[in-house]
Design a protein around this ligand. Structure first.
Ligand code: APR
Length: 294
């Protein structure tokens, strides 16, 4: 157990400035200020709905109608949301020419558990407001430094093993039959039944399509790449996550065991605190921009 974590912002700043390989592990709390519900906090999704009924391959097989209505609801919530200063600070730190104004010669990777696409939209906003950075922002180096390990809400994926076509779309609603069902989950109403033929279909082969997210029991994305990053990181920023779902929940401990620093940004105490060298309690949309100096 480390001594109690520091909340000294200037001490964190010097740890940040001396870091050569920084990673950030983000969770739903980073998007809370944007109006996207968290899972386990007040008003969280898994407190209202049984995750097993909604976010597993078995649930989808049992009722694609119910699961698609849940993901339609989450798509609509994310579409109505805007990136907040926490997303923007991390996105700016992902752009080398901006990061160099804070720390020289360091690498940075954002590992996000969030599927709402807000961190990627924050990157796009940087390119829009700083056209001189547009090429750098759209470079594969920057785009690939943002790892959405639980997939993407706006990907629609074919369920046929022979096809597997994956398409990114922001359609609202994702298909006509789902229109209006977004309120079902907001109001805890029993959901209407939608015939499978009216649910999203693969554009390529016509089979039933599914949301492009990683469900419980499925393999998160980029695990090998993330393990390599975790093994070499000397600073792990943990923001807006209850640190209860593995493997993401274990990354900070691994960095700590390798002699790296861990900085936790959360509204409340969380399971990730045990390894924290720094703990900044408060809304990440405020604490993170300050801590990153962006
Ligand atoms: N600023 C900082 N932290 C916040 C804020 C905020 N404004 N609002 C909430 N939090 C914190 C909560 O205190 C909580 O610790 O964010 C955390 C959210 O935790 P969860 O709801 O459990 O979300 P997350 O940790 O991302 O869940 C991990 O579980 O259900 C799966 O796949 C889903 O990716 C998700 C994974």
């Amino acid at each position: 157990m480390s001594s109690s974590p520091s909340d000294d912002m200037s001490a964190f700043t010097s740890a940040l400035k001396s870091s050569k390989r920084t990673i950030a592990v983000a969770g739903a709390g980073l998007s809370a200020a944007s109006g996207v519900p968290t899972f386990r906090g007040a008003g969280g999704l898994w407190r209202k709905y049984d995750a097993i009924k909604l976010a597993t391959p078995e649930a989808f097989r049992a009722s694609p109608s119910r699961v698609w209505q849940f993901y339609h609801y989450r798509r609509e919530k994310a579409l109505a949301a805007q990136p907040n200063p926490g997303h923007l600070a991390l996105a700016k730190f992902s752009v080398p020419s901006i990061r160099e104004t804070v720390v020289l010669g360091a690498s940075f990777t954002l590992i996000t558990q969030n599927v709402d696409g807000l961190s990627r939209r924050a990157l796009t906003q940087i390119a829009e407001t700083h056209p001189e950075l547009a090429d750098e922002v759209s470079s594969s180096a920057v785009q690939n430094s943002m790892l959405e390990m639980h997939g993407r809400l706006f990907d629609v994926v074919c369920t046929s093993a022979r096809c597997g076509h994956r398409e990114f779309n922001l359609h609202s609603p994702v298909c006509p039959a789902l229109a209006g069902t977004e309120n079902v989950f907001a109001r805890d109403e029993p959901e209407p039944h939608i015939d499978e033929k009216d649910l999203p279909r693969c554009k390529n082969c016509g089979s039933l399509a599914r949301p492009g997210v990683v469900w419980f029991g499925e393999m998160p994305w980029f695990l090998d790449e993330i393990d390599g990053l975790v093994d070499h990181a000397d600073l792990c920023i943990v923001v807006g996550t209850s640190s209860t779902v593995y493997p993401a929940a274990g990354y900070a401990h691994a960095v700590k065991m390798n002699g790296g620093n861990v900085a936790v940004f959360n509204l409340d105490r969380s399971d990730g605190d045990g390894d924290a060298d720094f703990l900044f309690l408060g809304p990440a949309e405020t604490t993170l921009p300050k801590a990153l100096g962006l």
